[in-house]
Design a protein. Structure first.
Length: 279
């Protein structure tokens, strides 16, 4: 099976400056050549980047590409979520990435509003039916705050049963973990597409910090190899491109429905991987 038979999607985060916005327009134009299913845009919990996300979604739609805003629900009231979704619907948005989001510091058990992503999925489907294709998050290496692997899988099953249409995984460098997670989900009766998230590697130190936070494991051999290159960015990128491309090839070959790239608002490495995959 060739890569061109499966759609790709690409994730961005909102920028805070006019220069950043202009740069992102160029990045999206570069990635549009791969005929993406959609461009998604992250959103900070509690609406902290709401304006930036709305601006990015407006820009994406104006470029003729489907847009998928992230919607973190924690601490939000159902009425304000419905109002935001109505706004997205009127803009022409048809994809939503439904997330719990990080609980703001200082807000604990007394917090009002929605608390879990499955509640958000249920709300969207109850209020809007099939107006939105709802994506949810999946964690092949398990959510860092999960009490156990079993508990995390149960959380995912709840989101699927609430009406999610498909899922995007946290990035991983372990295809076996992805396939095992899919098998476990299928064993629970979950049949929605589960799309692996892909993170290119530009800087080992930044990746290591981020991975420690979000629970994504860098395989020991890869971590040590990248560390041995120290500040040799060319060597790091060369090895990382080979590793990530080979993993993508295996994922597509063995049944992944598509790929979702975490771009970090950069087109270069993502483009190289897409080209190597035959897109």
């Amino acid at each position: 099976m060739t890569g061109s038979q499966k759609k790709l999607s690409f994730e961005f985060f909102p920028t805070r400056t006019p220069e950043g916005r202009a740069k992102q327009v160029i990045t999206r134009k570069q990635l549009s050549q791969y005929n993406p299913e959609f461009f998604s845009c992250t959103s900070g919990a509690g609406g902290s980047t709401k304006e930036g996300t709305l601006q990015a979604i407006t820009d994406i739609l104006s470029e003729g590409v489907a847009a998928a805003p992230h919607l973190p629900c924690v601490g939000m009231q159902p009425a304000e979520i419905i109002e935001l979704l109505q706004q997205y619907k009127e803009m022409g948005v048809r994809h939503i990435v439904a997330l719990r989001g990080d609980i703001p510091s200082g807000m604990g058990s007394g917090m009002s509003g929605l608390r879990y992503a499955n509640e958000l999925v249920e709300l969207i489907k109850t209020e809007f039916g099939s107006d939105f294709h709802v994506e949810v998050a999946a964690y092949p290496e398990y959510h860092p705050q999960a009490r156990s692997a079993e508990d995390d899988l149960n959380n995912f099953v709840r989101k699927a049963r609430a009406g999610a249409d498909s899922a995007i995984t946290q990035y991983s460098y372990n295809a076996d973990a992805y396939f095992r997670f899919v098998d476990d989900a299928r064993g629970r009766g979950v049949e929605i597409p589960i799309v692996p998230g892909i993170m290119p590697i530009a800087s080992f130190s930044k990746l290591a910090r981020f991975s420690d936070t979000c629970g994504a494991e860098i395989p020991r051999w890869l971590r040590l190899k990248l560390q041995s290159y120290a500040d040799d960015t060319a060597a790091i990128k060369a090895l990382a491109l080979d590793v990530v491309t080979e993993m993508c090839e295996r994922l597509l070959r063995e049944g992944a429905p598509s790929l979702h790239f975490y771009t970090l608002n950069q087109a270069g490495l993502v483009s190289t991987i897409c080209q190597r995959l035959g897109y």
